[in-house]
Design a protein around this ligand. Structure first.
Ligand code: CTP
Ligand code: CA
Length: 237
């Protein structure tokens, strides 16, 4: 899109990026987790900083990123609160690259769940497997869209990892998700047997609400994918 390398086209902007997979605790030693390395989110944060933005990175995989404010979180609820707080600080764009767990255990056991639990009335031991009840986590992206109301700031970007199936292609599922979520941009990532999580390269399709144009990127480094996403976002600022 005609951007020269070294361009400071995000100077004066505050952008918020979420990254990594949330961990939903079950007891002090166990959690339900998500296979997300956080690498794409971290690349987005680094690219925005290189383009001059002030960047807040809310992440479950906190590692230093030059010129970026890091907010470490673990659970979906913590991630929601941290993203909300950062967005309230005059954010121009928010990119939800985090893999947010859709569900969390309803209850947290404050002590380790044991394989054999308490003795039964007849004095025997109970070796049955426990049942874990899950409850839904809030949809952080959809909440950002509804709290923005009729305003235009911040620009809201979602990510979606999709596979094609009998109900449609990767792109069909991406379009449907973009409509459902109501965000401005959706970055669709094709996942499958040969597309491993945590890889250094990525192939994505960037969709914009209200436009039939798609931007295809890759296979490319996560840094190149990040720049392609900011190229689209800067057209909406
Ligand atoms: N997301 C979110 N809050 C959630 C779940 C997802 O903010 N509780 C965000 C993700 O960060 C991502 C986008 O929504 O940017 C799409 O996530 P995805 O899991 O693909 O969407 P879901 O609506 O959860 O649909 P699915 O049933 O396919 O998991
Ligand atoms: Ca989900």
């Amino acid at each position: 899109m005609g951007r020269e390398s070294g361009d400071q086209d995000l100077r004066g902007r505050h952008v918020v990026v979420s990254a990594g997979g949330t961990r939903e605790p079950l007891d002090p030693v166990r959690y339900l987790g998500n296979r997300s390395s956080g690498k794409q989110g971290h690349a987005l944060a680094a690219a925005a900083a290189a383009r001059g933005a002030r960047v807040t990175l809310v992440t479950t995989a906190p590692t230093e990123v030059s010129g970026v404010d890091i907010v470490p979180v673990e659970t979906a609820l913590q991630l929601r609160d941290a993203v909300r707080e950062a967005v309230a600080d005059d954010a121009d764009a928010v990119v939800m690259a985090a893999a947010v767990a859709d569900f969390r255990p309803e209850t947290y056991a404050p002590t380790k769940i044991k394989k054999t639990h308490e003795a039964r009335a007849d004095g025997g031991e109970d070796d049955s497997a426990p049942t874990i009840t899950l409850v839904r986590n809030p949809d952080i992206l959809a909440d950002l869209v509804s709290s923005r109301g009729s305003g235009t700031a911040p620009v809201i970007v979602g990510f979606a990892a999709e596979t094609g199936d009998e109900n449609g292609s990767v792109l069909d599922h991406g379009r449907a998700k973009l409509d459902r979520k109501g965000c401005d941009v959706l970055v669709v990532n094709e996942v499958g047997a040969d597309k491993t999580f945590g890889a250094d390269d990525n192939t994505v399709t960037v969709l914009r609400r209200g436009s039939d144009d798609v931007v295809e990127v890759g296979p490319a480094t996560k840094a190149a994918v990040a720049d392609a996403v900011w190229d689209v976002v800067t057209t909406l600022l």
